[in-house]
Design a protein around this ligand. Structure first.
Ligand code: FE2
Ligand code: FE2
Length: 271
């Protein structure tokens, strides 16, 4: 069996250390838990999409926990799909910054009974190269169960969702991904909410952020708005268990009330 600590959305920056105190408490809890492996599911940095310093600082802070770890990029680390029209589109230069400081965005990590496949949900449309890694990983999984490790959730509600927005993997790359193979488990971050459920036959775990939530005025509460980290135990027989760890003393920052970080948020209509 393998014990995994999933941490997500730390949003760290040496220049703007707003979420550093929360991360320090989570880091201490993860260190004390002595997991076999730590997975960081994106947005490690506050603005790695434009800052080498933020991304290097975030990498060093995660590495300092002192356990074996792997990471996938989030939109604040590498930008986001150009199709979404944001101010930091994913491009080759942003992808190269991540690769240079963190290693490949898409990767395979085999453990007894399971194959972990990391991928970059911000460039599934824009970066054809990672599909070679993903396709080979799913095709050659053999009897292993597949756990996808990614920043954005596979879907908000069901795999048939057609919504195109900032939160989930977009419908077209979702369909392409599922056509390659069916994961048993998907570990994601990005929404800054905790939710653990099986939908469409796939266990889909949303890890909360270590640093902040997005208040209900700006984001529908489709999960629990809290902070912490998540423990997964993967057994060699293909079963697994997931457990949330809240950490005492974390400050429940609401990014909607901190416009100096990412600018003002747009309130939900009618909210
Ligand atoms: Fe985030
Ligand atoms: Fe994100």
């Amino acid at each position: 069996m393998l014990r995994i600590a999933q941490v997500s959305d730390a949003h760290l920056s040496a220049a703007r250390p707003v979420f550093a105190a929360n991360f320090a408490r989570v880091a201490e809890a993860v260190r004390a838990a002595r997991p076999d492996l730590m997975l960081a599911t994106g947005d490690l940095s506050l603005d790695g999409a434009d800052s080498d310093e933020d991304l290097a600082h975030a990498r060093d802070a995660h590495a300092a926990i002192g356990v074996e770890w792997r990471a996938v990029p989030g939109n604040h680390d590498v930008g986001d799909e150009a199709a979404l029209g944001g101010r930091q589109p994913w491009n080759a230069a942003r992808g190269a910054r991540w690769a240079g400081l963190m290693g490949p965005a898409a990767w395979v990590h085999d453990v007894p009974g399971w194959r972990l496949v990391g991928l970059d949900t911000q460039s599934l449309i824009s970066d054809e190269a990672q599909w070679e890694v993903i396709a080979r990983a799913l095709r050659d999984a053999g009897p292993r169960r597949v756990a996808l490790v990614q920043h954005k959730p596979l879907a908000e509600e069901t795999l048939a969702d057609t919504a195109v927005n900032y939160w989930p993997v977009l419908p077209a790359p979702r369909a392409r991904l599922l056509a390659l193979g069916r994961p048993a488990l998907v570990l994601s971050g990005h929404v800054h909410m905790w939710r653990d459920r099986v939908a469409d036959g796939i266990a889909q775990c949303w890890a909360p952020s270590t640093g902040f939530i997005v208040g209900d005025r700006w984001q529908e509460p489709t999960g629990a708005k809290l902070l912490g980290w998540v423990e997964h135990v993967l057994h060699a027989d293909g079963t697994h268990e997931t457990r949330l760890h809240e950490v005492p003393g974390l400050q429940l920052h609401d990014i909607g009330l901190l416009p100096e970080i990412y600018g003002p948020m747009t309130p939900l209509t009618g909210g």
